[in-house]
Design a protein around this ligand. Structure first.
Ligand code: SDX
Length: 429
C-alpha cells in the first residue's frame, strides 16, 4: 500500500482512500468503501479505468507492447516453450521441471476423450451450425456428464475439472468441425502432441492415414500459446463473474466461450479474414480504410485496435512472423490475402486517423491467414481461439475461487428510468 492517499472532495467534505500498489503497472485507488462513505457509485461503463480484481497471472503493458505470462515474455515463450508447458506455468506459477512437465502432459493426455454419450449431443445440432454454437453447448453440457468435478469447494475436484477442460477442449472443437463437414469423429491419440492430436482429429479420415506436418504442428502449438491468456479481457471477466456465484467450472467456461464469440473480441479473427477477402486486392484498400474512418459507417478494420495495447500487440508481431514461415514452408507464394494484410497494415499505420487513435494490428489480424493456410474454415477460427484460451480462463477462475476475499460480483448502475408511479388499470389506459 502506498503512503499517499487519494482525496475526494464532495461539497464541504474530503474523503480519503488508500492507494494499493502492485509489483508493476498502475496502482489502484481502493474505493470499496466509497458508497458506504459517500452514498455515491463510480461510473465506468466498459471498465476503461477499473481494476476488477488483483491477479498474479498475466501482465500487459499496453504502451510498451509487452505481454508477460507469470513474468515470462510472450515472444520468448512462443519461441522457446510449448503450449502445455505454458499451461503448467499459467496454472501453477512456475515453469515445470522435466518430471513435472512429463507428469502434466500425461495427465492432460489421459483426459482428451469425451464421454461417448456426448456424441449424441452433437447429433442434435444442424450440420451447418456454427462451431462456436456447438462448442458453447457441449462445454456447458459437461456439467451433465462429469459430476465428480463440479463441487468448487473441493480443491481436488477443481483440479480435475481444470485438467478435463484443457484436455477435452481440442476434442470438443475438432468434433464440432468434423460434424459441420459431415465427416466421422476422429478419436484422440495418446501418441501425438497436444497440437498434433488436434490436427489429427480435425484432418484425419478413416479412409487413409494422416501425417502431422511438424511445421504446421509447431505453428499450431505457437498459436495456442499466443492466445493462452490475456489479463482481464471480456471473456475472462465473464468467467470470473460467473465463477463468483460459485457456478460449476463447466458453466463458467461455457460463459467465456459465449463472450469470446463476439466479433469485437475473439470473433475478430474470423471477421478479419473475411474482411481481407472482401477487400480482395490492394487497390481496394483505400475504400475500406475510408469506411473504417467514416463515423456514419459501422464498419471497423477487424483485427485492428485494442483496449489495452496502444502500440503494437506483441502477439501480432509473432503471428506475422509465423504466417510468413508457414506460407513459405507450405510453398504458398504470394498469398493474396497476406499481401492485402501487409499493405493494409502499412497504409493504416501511416494514416493520421489510426495513428492518433493508436490503432495497431492485434492478435486477430494475422492469425486467420495462418489458420486458413493450414486448412481451417473461417468458422473454426474462434473455436481455436477458445481452445487456446481455456487454460487462461481456468487459471483465472482458480485464482478467484481460491481467493479468501472472493465476493459475488454485483455492479450497480446510474438509474435514468422513470421514478415510482401508480399502476393504471387496463380500463383506464
Ligand atoms: C481481442 O481485451 C483483450 O485483451 C482482448 C484480446 C484477448 O486476447 O482477449 O486481446 C482479444 O478481442 C482483440 C481485439 C479484437 N477485436 C477487433 O479486432 C475488432 C476491431 N477493433 C475494435 O472493435 C476496437 O478496437 C476494440 C473493441 C478492440 C477496442 O475498442 P475500445 O478500446 O473500446 O476503443 P473504442 O471503440 O473506444 O475506439 C476508440 C476510437 C474510436 O474512434 P473515436 O470515437 O475516438 O473517433 O478508435 C476507433 C473508434 O471508432 N476505432 C476504430 C477501430 N477500433 C477503434 N476505428 C476503425 N477500426 C477499428 N478497428
Amino acid at each position: 500500500m502506498s503512503d499517499e492517499k487519494a482525496k475526494l472532495i464532495i461539497g464541504d467534505k474530503t474523503y480519503e482512500f488508500a492507494i494499493l500498489e502492485g509489483t508493476v503497472g498502475p496502482s489502484v485507488i481502493d474505493i470499496r468503501s466509497l458508497y458506504s462513505q459517500t452514498g455515491l457509485f463510480t461510473y465506468d461503463p466498459g471498465f476503461t479505468s477499473t481494476a476488477a480484481c488483483d491477479s498474479s497471472i498475466t501482465y500487459i503493458d499496453g504502451d510498451r507492447g509487452q505481454l508477460l505470462y507469470r513474468g515470462y515474455s510472450i515472444d520468448q515463450l512462443a519461441e522457446q516453450s510449448s503450449y502445455l508447458e505454458v499451461c503448467f506455468l499459467l496454472l501453477y506459477g512456475e515453469l515445470p521441471s522435466a518430471a513435472q512437465k512429463k507428469d502434466f502432459e500425461e495427465r492432460i493426455t489421459r483426459h482428451t476423450m469425451l464421454h461417448e454419450q456426448m456424441h449424441y449431443l452433437y447429433r442434435g445440432f444442424r450440420r451447418d451450425a456454427h462451431p462456436m454454437a456447438i462448442v458453447c453447448g457441449v462445454v456447458g453440457a459437461m456439467a451433465a456428464f462429469y459430476h465428480d468435478s463440479t463441487d468448487i469447494t473441493d480443491p481436488e475436484q477443481r483440479e480435475l475439472a481444470s485438467i478435463r477442460m484443457i484436455g477435452k477442449m481440442p476434442t470438443i472443437a475438432a468434433m464440432a468441425y468434423k460434424y459441420s463437414i459431415g465427416q466421422p469423429f476422429v478419436y484422440p491419440r495418446n501418441d501425438l502432441s497436444y497440437a498434433g492430436n488436434f490436427l489429427n482429429m480435425c484432418f484425419a479420415v478413416p479412409a487413409e492415414s494422416y501425417e502431422v506436418n511438424p511445421i504446421i504442428e509447431r505453428a499450431m502449438d505457437r498459436i495456442f500459446t499466443l492466445h493462452a491468456d490475456h489479463e482481464q479481457n471480456a471473456s475472462t471477466s465473464t468467467v470470473r463473474l460467473s465463477g463468483s456465484s460459485d457456478a460449476n467450472p463447466f458453466a463458467c467456461i461455457a460463459a467465456g466461450v459465449a463472450c469470446l464469440w463476439g466479433p469485437a473480441h475473439g470473433g475478430a479473427n474470423e471477421a478479419a479474414l473475411n474482411m481481407l477477402r472482401a477487400i480482395g486486392t490492394p487497390d481496394r484498400i483505400p475504400e475500406f480504410v475510408a469506411r473504417a474512418k467514416d463515423k456514419n459507417d459501422p464498419f471497423r478494420l477487424m483485427g485492428f485496435g485494442h483496449r489495452v495495447y496502444k502500440s503494437y500487440d506483441p502477439r501480432a508481431q509473432v503471428m506475422q512472423k509465423t504466417a510468413r514461415e508457414v506460407l513459405d514452408l507450405l510453398g504458398v507464394e504470394n498469398n493474396p490475402t497476406l499481401q492485402v494484410a501487409r499493405e493494409l497494415e502499412k497504409i493504416a499505420l501511416e494514416d493520421e486517423y489510426f495513428v492518433t487513435r493508436k490503432l495497431y494490428p492485434n492478435v486477430d489480424f494475422y492469425s486467420g491467414i495462418i489458420l486458413d493456410a493450414i486448412g481451417f474454415p473461417t468458422s473454426m477460427f474462434t473455436a481455436i481461439f477458445a481452445l487456446s484460451r481455456t487454460v487462461g480462463w481456468i487459471a483465472q477462475w482458480k485464482e478467484m475461487i481460491g481467493d479468501p476475499q472472493k465476493k459475488i460480483g454485483r455492479p450497480r448502475q446510474l438509474y435514468e428510468g422513470v421514478e415510482r408511479r401508480e399502476y393504471i388499470p387496463l380500463a383506464k389506459r
